[in-house]
Design a protein around this ligand. Structure first.
Ligand code: CP
Length: 332
């Protein structure tokens, strides 16, 4: 495995399953390890995060290490105009590894070019989110594996293999244009045989609001419920993502004045109209699973959470074990 973790492209087949075995080991034995004792992890989250930041921080602390870092730039010298490169070069004098989230695609590669320590890409704009894709794939393989101990006792006793992923039918439901988690997961699935990827594209952008027919959002015309039901009934995995408004070229500005309040109301209406909700569950196969990298907004109704096929919280928890495994192999 390379020193930096920038893209899923750098992973070889054997790296993926080695990491999954190590993740199983963390689930079983992680509390007895102190592999990061004496290590400091730099957490540089220049764009908001709940799961990635918390799970990395928890992973470090569970393995006996410590963290320093920043959320946002307002109290950093970047607010005075310091470059990302100088910030990274400086931090790399103090820490053993840097976990970086940034709003610009390619920011992690820029950081890696100057850093004296490994960089982990924790999400770079609409580029990639490699550790999320790895934990997503781990969750898929874990749920499809037939070892009963995994699911009843939470004690994986057989290693995950290609068989747990090959032949998968996955439906990407949401913003398949801007979601970096989708980008990375699609690339990872490229390693496997017989994968079928279906898409329900729910993204729309501000220009959709000013279409030719009186400003009706385009997505409403494109939404094909019948096709959605066919796709749902075939899927082994439904992978839902929210609309990534912060990636729109105009950002949130389209909603920021009173003239656009009507657009916002329409956006909320449509987002609810197309949301995945409990009435969609009847179309799903009995052994299908529902994943969402989170955060969610309106595209997935929380009423779905109580269905046993919904694995979003397990997915979030797996992220901590996988990040423990990754940090241990990079730092110890
Ligand atoms: N999945 C994910 O990246 O969530 P956060 O933005 O909360 O870290």
């Amino acid at each position: 495995m390379s020193k930096h973790i920038l893209s899923v492209d750098q992973f070889k087949d054997e790296d993926i399953f080695d990491l999954f075995n190590r993740t199983d080991d963390m689930l079983l034995n992680g509390s007895s390890y102190s592999s990061l004792r004496g290590k400091i992890v730099g957490m540089l989250f220049l764009e908001p995060s709940t799961r990635t930041m918390s799970s990395f921080a928890a992973a470090v602390k569970r393995l006996g290490g410590d963290t320093i870092g920043w959320s946002g730039t307002s109290h950093m010298s970047m607010a005075k105009g310091e470059s990302l490169e100088d910030t990274i070069k400086t931090m790399s004098q103090y820490v053993d590894i840097i976990v970086l989230r940034h709003s610009e695609k390619g920011a992690s590669a820029r950081a890696a070019a100057v850093s004296d320590v490994p960089i982990i890409n924790a999400g770079d704009g609409d580029g990639e989110h490699p550790t999320q894709a790895l934990l997503d794939l781990y969750t898929i393989a874990d749920e499809r594996n037939t070892d009963k101990n995994r699911h009843i006792l939470d004690q994986p006793t057989t290693p995950l293999t290609h068989r747990d992923i090959d032949g998968l039918k996955i439906l990407f439901f949401g913003d398949n244009k801007y979601a970096r988690t989708v980008n990375s997961l699609k690339k990872l699935l490229g390693f496997f045989e017989g994968i079928s990827m279906m898409e329900e594209n729910l993204y729309f952008e501000p220009e959709s609001f000013t279409g030719e027919n009186g400003g009706e959002p385009i997505v409403k015309q494109e939404w094909d419920k019948e096709n959605f039901i066919i796709n749902l009934s075939q899927a082994d995995v439904v992978y839902i993502t929210r609309l990534q408004k912060e990636r729109w070229p105009t950002g949130w500005h389209c909603f920021s004045n009173s003239a656009s309040a009507n657009h916002y109301a329409k956006y909320k209406h449509i987002n609810k109209y197309i949301a995945f909700n409990a009435s969609d569950l009847k179309w799903l196969k009995k052994d299908a699973i529902i994943l969402h990298p989170l955060p969610r907004t309106d595209e997935m109704n929380p009423e779905v959470d109580s269905d046993k096929r919904c694995k979003i919280w397990r997915q979030a928890k797996n992220g901590m074990f996988l990040r423990m495994a990754l940090l241990k192999s990079l730092l110890s």
